[in-house]
Design a protein around this ligand. Structure first.
Ligand SMILES: [Zn+2]
Length: 568
């Protein structure tokens, strides 16, 4: 199918939605949700009490009475008990299969002392005596003096086997002496392109901290997960998503092997989240690679559960490890971080993908990478003024945009895809109260960090996500951050009202994957992906992490998660 067909399909659906036909007389609902504070996430922020579902579509959104009139003897009734009912959450930026794989690893998230980190790894290793490698993730910089962990610190927890612990930001690993030896990393190992083997300044020996592409030196000697392992990871990821009301995910960087896995899961009826896949690229991606992606897109077609049509490009690294590309040097340094590719290479890649009518996600964190990426989009738009389905390119992360670039999102129609939980992670994550993020860039640049409201005020569109496994796959945490954010990282105040926060996890992500005509709002004819929260978050807004609790998740018209069945 080409885009023309999908656009026609969308237009047809849109016509259906706009007129909101009344259900046919005598038509019974398969499922109704009653006694809710229904937030439809439509343009006007319409609210209601109840929702009726028939098959996998929404039949009616209205009063308890109108919806109850559609009840038949077989209708399943979900009582919302006054909680918020919203479209199922759509996480705009995840690494879904890798996230699923981490569910079986040692989880170091949130641990703030070296002793806690070591104890947790030690206990995990003891409980998994048969694992050939001990793998974990989620360490913060704060437990380690100077923000850089050492192999000796990891040897103290695991010395009998290789151990690899991935930083919470996913851009570096901490390995023990066994892992370094197996990977053959010594004082003579050169830094790979875009990577750094951290070495002791006195002895020249590798310290056990590997940044960016240097992580590949260890990955390459680690046992490869089997297809069965990866399929299992995907299964676990789906169940994990349901706990948080997440019914759609957008995968930011997908290999052809991953696509095959998603297809298998879809055929087996296991893919109970809708996945929009952005295909991985590099500076050396060729037209032939894009031809292959085009084949994949045609094969998947316009299936509401599995589609592609986007690529992921990495313009830079992260601020925490000073690999994000900045316009001015980092604090107390001459270095400003190099982009992953030159402006020419980025322009070439963007133009090549844009010309084919594909969407582009660019990971751009530093102000220099953000500017280069916006420039590339601007040049592509000048060269190809009227793409068939419009142009909805996106920047991912956008942590430190220069003030002059903020209005360009609106002007160029570039979607700002941001991950609210990165804000508290950046703040908490240091021996210093302010954290390595602000320490690395200084007060002025910190004051314009994660400027989502400024981008929106200047006409830009926002879409939110988690970057799981970098941050938890919990949209409720993001909603809490977006609606409560304040303090030095937020000048001017970047806080948004509850309705806009929810729109950022429902309506706008659907727009950001060209699917707003079939999901992201609650209206007749839309796919029945719905979340029921334990409280009305408009009158009882979250004040701390964990306050947004999901009671029921409905995917494709069926209940796939109920908190009461798990624990209440
Ligand atoms: Zn990511």
């Amino acid at each position: 199918m080409n885009w023309r067909i999908s656009v026609a399909w969308l237009a047809l659906t849109a016509a259906g939605c706009g007129t909101a036909p009344a259900p046919a007389a005598g038509q019974a609902a398969d499922l109704v949700i009653v006694n809710g504070q229904v937030f439809t996430a439509d343009e006007r922020g319409t609210t209601a009490q109840a929702v009726a579902v028939a098959g996998n579509k929404i039949l009616l959104v209205g009063t308890n009475d109108a919806v109850s009139a559609l009840r038949g003897p077989q209708t399943r009734v979900v009582d919302a008990h006054g909680g918020t009912v919203a479209p199922g959450f759509n996480d705009s930026h995840v690494h879904f299969i890798s996230g699923g794989r981490t569910l079986g690893d040692v989880d170091l998230a949130g641990l703030t002392t070296l002793a806690q980190v070591q104890d947790k790894i030690r206990a995990f290793a003891a409980a998994h005596a048969d694992a050939a490698w001990v793998e974990g993730r989620g360490w913060l910089y704060s437990p380690f003096p100077g923000g850089t962990p050492t192999r000796e610190q990891l040897d103290a927890a695991v010395s009998d086997r290789p151990a690899v612990m991935t930083c919470y930001d996913g851009h570096s690993v901490w390995v023990n002496s066994k892992a370094l030896a197996l990977a053959g990393i010594t004082k003579d190992t050169p830094n790979p392109t875009n990577g750094l083997v951290v070495k002791d300044p006195r002895t020249g020996e590798p310290t056990g901290h590997l940044k960016e592409s240097a992580t590949g030196l260890v990955n390459k000697v680690m046992p490869k997960p089997t297809d069965a392992d990866r399929r299992d990871a995907l299964r676990k990821a789906v169940a994990h998503a349901h706990q948080f009301g997440v019914t759609s995910v957008q995968n930011a960087g997908t290999s052809f092997d991953d696509v095959a896995l998603y297809q298998q899961a879809l055929r087996a009826g296991e893919l109970k989240v809708r996945a929009y896949l952005a295909m991985s690229t590099s500076s050396s991606t060729t037209e032939a690679d894009l031809d292959r992606m085009e084949e994949t897109r045609k094969t998947l077609g316009n299936d509401p559960t599995l589609t592609t049509g986007a690529v992921k490009i990495y313009a830079d690294g992260v601020i925490e490890s000073r690999t994000a590309a900045m316009l001015a040097p980092y604090e107390h340094s001459q270095a400003s971080g190099a982009p992953n590719m030159s402006a020419d290479q980025l322009d070439r890649l963007v133009a090549m993908v844009d010309k084919r009518g594909w969407q582009i996600f660019i990971h751009a964190i530093g102000d220099r990478a953000i500017r280069m990426s916006l420039d590339a989009f601007e040049r592509a738009a000048a060269a190809n003024p009227a793409p068939a389905r419009g142009r909805r390119h996106r920047l991912e992360h956008i942590e430190a945009a220069a003030a002059a670039d903020i209005p360009r999102f609106g002007k160029l129609g570039v979607i700002a895809s941001q991950q609210p939980m990165h804000v508290p992670l950046g703040d908490m994550n240091s021996e210093h109260p302010s954290g390595p993020w602000p320490d690395n860039v200084g007060a002025e640049r910190y004051s314009r960090a994660w400027a989502w409201k400024s981008i929106q005020d200047a006409g830009g569109r926002l879409t939110f996500g988690s970057d799981w496994p970098v941050a938890p796959l919990d949209a409720g945490l993001g909603i809490w951050v977006v609606t409560t954010r304040k303090g030095p990282a937020s000048e001017p105040d970047q806080k948004l009202p509850m309705g806009e926060a929810i729109d950022g996890y429902t309506r706008w992500p659907a727009y950001a994957s060209f699917e707003e005509q079939r999901k992201g709002t609650l209206a007749p004819g839309m796919l029945a992906d719905i979340v029921v929260l334990a409280a009305d978050v408009f009158t009882n807004p979250p004040v701390k992490a964990g306050d947004v609790v999901v009671d029921t998740t409905i995917f494709d018209g069926r209940v796939v998660y109920e908190r009461s069945r798990v624990a209440r």
